[in-house]
Design a protein around this ligand. Sequence first.
Ligand SMILES: *Cc1c(COP(=O)(O)O)cnc(C)c1O
Length: 355
Amino acid sequence: MKKHNFSAGPCILPQEVLKKAAEAVVNFNGIDLSLIEISHRSKEFVDVMENARSLVKELLNLPEGYSVLFLQGGASLEFLMAAYNLMKINGKAGYMDTGAWSSKAIKEAKQFGEVEVFASSKDKTFNYIPKNYTVPTDVDYVHITSNNTIYGTQFKEFPKTDSLLVCDMSSDIFSRQLDFSKFDLIYAGAQKNMGPAGTTLVVVKDEILGKTGRTIPAMLDYQVHISKDSMFNTPPVFPVYVSMLTLQWLKDLGGIPAIEKINEEKAALLYAEIDRNPLFNGFAAKEDRSLMNVTFTLANDDHKEIFDKLWNAAGVSGIKGHRSVGGYRASIYNAMPKESIQVLVDVMQQLEKEI
Ligand SMILES: *Cc1c(COP(=O)(O)O)cnc(C)c1O
């Protein structure tokens, strides 16, 4: 029996997507060739790329003037590409430090200019989203991380700024309704909510590019990738294909409005148990709780052995917390069925009976 997969990333994908992907590796669309052994310039693959790019625009409801790219190098490469493409020579950027991924983005950006960290939640192991901050106005862009995968916090309101707004949405893209046109650059590693590891989604407003005065190496230049329709070099064909299937699955389900409702129900089920059950404590501040990554700890560490035994026996997988937080983290991305969350809730209730 398939396990209940709460892995933080790479993570759960819809079953039907996995089946179609497996078929395509053997015989793609009945052409008697594998998806991964045909030219990326073939009509068959160009169609996949174009379909994936247009599904992103449709699902995010993007206005004209945005380009969609499927790049490589993970969200980690975007930490520096964003700065390389947007920070002017002798420029400055404003960052919010809300977790390990933000901190890494800050470190990379510092190689290109001045970075002002105008808000941080580091003082409390990133268990909240800062609220009363002043956004600097003398910056080329402002950078935030919409969902903090490790700590289980998520922005509900975004900073207001007249500068460009850049967002790492790796772990919550396509999970909730937002006005995506408020953002000038969005990036997301595929392996949290869209597909397998190996491609990074980049959504960028065309008019913001080419204004830094820098010479950018071709592979790191968004404009180069845009001019080649995301095919400047061989794209990661399999991750792009599986991402396309997941986006199609999401569209068939009713798109982001439909999944948002399901995600809210799923998260509410688990948080309600964390709040009700005296054996558990939530890690993240209540008002900032993530709908994607639910972090919690045992009130009494003596119960660890028996709790671990119970969830293992129930077929639950991947809920061990990140080493910097400890405890547990249940990642409940788009593809996670509500039934799996109910299994985890049942196990938490079983613990009460067993001790
Ligand atoms: C996982 C993650 C990253 C890192 O992604 P890679 O693709 O491994 O580079 C960056 N930001 C966030 C928010 C993440 O969850």
